[in-house]
Design a protein around this ligand. Structure first.
Ligand SMILES: NC(=O)c1ccc[n+]([C@@H]2O[C@H](COP(=O)([O-])OP(=O)(O)OC[C@H]3O[C@@H](n4cnc5c(N)ncnc54)[C@H](O)[C@@H]3O)[C@@H](O)[C@H]2O)c1
Length: 338
């Protein structure tokens, strides 16, 4: 099977590439290698001879078309995006251009490919976020596929727009696409600007760990490899024109998450036997993010029923494995950059 993965040099994309190779796919990665993309994430995949990285922009319609045609692509996994909310608040331009216009370019290139080549079993998997649904109060029911879209940040608005384009393509042109909306991911290879790598990096450097507002904002954490399993299942058995929500059964406030990571870092440091500053003492509250959503939570019953998706239950073990990964990377034991 031939797959095109956009954004495959990023956090989730590179884990998905590894999974696809494991499942026997040949993978073309299309990635612009923005500040968020790292070629080294694909080192192992490239070594298998089953993965080729093409450095390019998803907005380059003719490049996308020629890749689809040349490689007779059967599955497009679309993950390329500008993905950091804070950046979208500072300057939204790249978010509009990649997340909306880029998705449009991909859709029209794939449409032309379908019209010219009539590939059998072609499917387009649009990977999106639960943030499109907006904000939950403490007692609200979790998001489902029927929750109304109400994005609150330029990032989530741009992702919502891309979801709606994909949806419209399935309705208007019978375009064979599936949409997935997932909660917050954690695991290795995440960019250092994101919450978990920031907590770990600052704890190790013994510098203040910034936590927005009161730290009470709640996120539903899903291990990145579980997300990739969900995306894969959606590509194999997801119904065309449907969307599927993925969640981790793991709601935590940012403050509780920070404390958990700090405990793990203290344990690592204690093993080294040197004096150290307790990481939790470095937690420092900073001005809240503008328009900060209070809570996200996902009901993944449809994905469980139709796709057999379920998160693995061992959050603390996976988090520890993640902390260990960054710990080794930062302390130079492991090769790579954060
Ligand atoms: N990280 C999460 O918690 C999370 C949760 C739910 C959904 N998502 C979605 O999953 C997808 C991947 O997220 P991530 O966290 O891996 O992001 P990331 O920022 O780590 O990776 C994005 C990748 O896209 C590439 N890219 C950016 N603009 C491009 C362009 N114009 N053309 C080609 N490549 C481009 C970057 O170089 C990078 O490799 C995104 O669509 C995001 O909205 C992420």
């Amino acid at each position: 099977m031939k797959s095109l993965v956009t954004g495959g040099a990023g956090f989730i994309g590179s884990h998905l590439v590894d999974l696809l190779i494991e499942k026997g796919h040949d993978v073309i990665v299309l990635d612009a290698l923005t500040y968020a993309g790292t070629k080294e994430h694909l080192d192992e995949a490239v070594k298998t001879g089953k993965c080729e990285l093409v450095v390019g922009d998803i907005s380059d319609r003719s490049l996308v078309f020629s890749l689809l045609k040349q490689h007779k692509v059967e599955f497009v996994y679309h993950l390329a995006a500008e993905s950091h909310v804070d950046n979208s608040i500072n300057d939204s331009s790249a978010f509009i251009s990649t997340n909306i216009n880029g998705t449009h370019a991909l859709l029209t290139a794939a449409q032309e490919y379908l019209a010219q080549e009539s590939p059998e079993n072609f499917k387009f998997i649009h990977v999106s976020t639960d943030e499109v649904f907006g904000n939950l109060g403490p007692d609200d029911e979790p998001f489902t596929e029927t929750t109304a879209y109400a994005p609150n940040s330029p990032y989530s608005a741009s992702k919502a727009a891309s979801d709606l384009l994909v949806r419209a393509w399935t309705r208007t042109y019978k375009f064979p696409a599936v949409i997935t909306n997932c909660s917050n991911n954690y695991g290795s290879r995440q960019h250092k600007e994101k919450l978990i790598p920031t907590i770990i990096r600052n704890a190790l450097a013994e510098t203040p760990i910034p936590i927005y507002g009161t730290g009470g904002n709640v996120r539903d954490w899903l291990y990145v490899k579980d997300h990739c399993e969900g995306i894969y299942k959606a590509s194999m058995t997801g119904r065309i024109g449907e969307s599927y929500c993925f969640g981790g059964d793991c709601e935590l406030s940012n403050l509780d998450l920070a404390h958990l990571i700090c405990e793990m870092i203290d344990e690592f440091k204690a093993k080294e036997g040197n004096d150290f500053v307790s990481a939790a003492s470095l937690i420092s509250f900073v001005d809240d993010r503008k328009g900060h959503d209070w809570r996200y939570a996902v009901d993944y019953a449809k994905a469980k029923r139709e796709l057999g998706f379920a998160p693995t239950p061992d959050f603390k073990d996976k988090l520890k494995e993640t902390v260990d990964y960054y710990y080794k990377l930062i302390s130079g034991v492991k090769k790579g950059s954060l």
